[in-house]
Design a protein around this ligand. Sequence first.
Ligand code: SF4
Length: 349
Amino acid sequence: MNDLLRAASEKLKNYNGKKVRIMEVCGTHTHEIMRLGIRKLLSENIELISGPGCPVCVTDEAFIEKAIFLALEKNCTILSFGDLLRVPGGGNSLLLARAHGAKVETVYSAMDSVKYAKAHTDEDCVFLSIGFETTVPGNLLAVKKAKDLSLSNFSVLSAMKTMPGAYRLMARSTDAFLYPGHVCAITGTKELQELYKDGVSGVISGFSPEELLSSILFCVDGLSKGKTFFKNLYPRVVTEEGNIEAKRLISEMTVPVDSKWRGIGVIKGSGLVLSDEYASFDAEKKFEIPTFDGKRETACRCGDVLTGKITPNGCPLFRKVCTPENPVGACMVSSEGACSAYYDYGEKR
Ligand code: SF4
């Protein structure tokens, strides 16, 4: 441990001011905090909670049901990142649907799904387009490519989301945010400055031990002074304007819509669907898809985990019934999910 790390961890361990809650809103932060054992270094007066920063975890049950419907009833080929296949939805999953004959293929990038569609012109290919501002531009480039290639057998089912609405909703549950460095690299800092003006505190954090500890320390210092604060502590990657090209792509190719987040509910304007120019690539418009109610696994408390009301240890199913091999909820599926991270690193509080 270098001197900087040692000094920061000593301060955080010996902190005896008022109790503070800090929410990380990034699955990679959750994973790194657990992997590095950072929670164990902190005073009991510092509570770290996990927010809705893992795209797989917040993908609504109804989205999974729609994908299964497209596969089983419309004979579409579903192309998806691997994690999503195990996410429960309506008592089913894409993996189970595949066992019942659905054609479900794993891809490693959105562009792979375009390559697949180009090579299989006799199949109706639907890419499951999930993710936040970091993933969305890559998904959109794939749609652009499909348009350039005039692929009529390619479309996307969108559960793309943006973070600002979630920050505002989650601000009730935390004293300060560790904002997600990767998302902020795309969005820049403007929206966070707006939140700061509205009284929401937070810092943009990187992912190394030094960056995480100094970000937590900055929050604890700020909160103990009782002032609202905002600081970009990841300036080597995050700029004020963000990634202009990626933002242009998002604004040109999508329109915001209300979006349902698993376990949380609808957040106004937090979803993205393809704009009219790309409507022929929108699976919702291309196929007649009935409304699904997004039936929940009733005992799963993903919603409470994602909003920081409990840690995974507070879920009665954690470790007993719900494990990475048998995930009951989405937070146990992805390695970036809080339940999965708690399971892997044996956190007790
Ligand atoms: Fe849901 Fe499993 Fe997490 Fe409990 S442990 S909240 S059942 S994902």
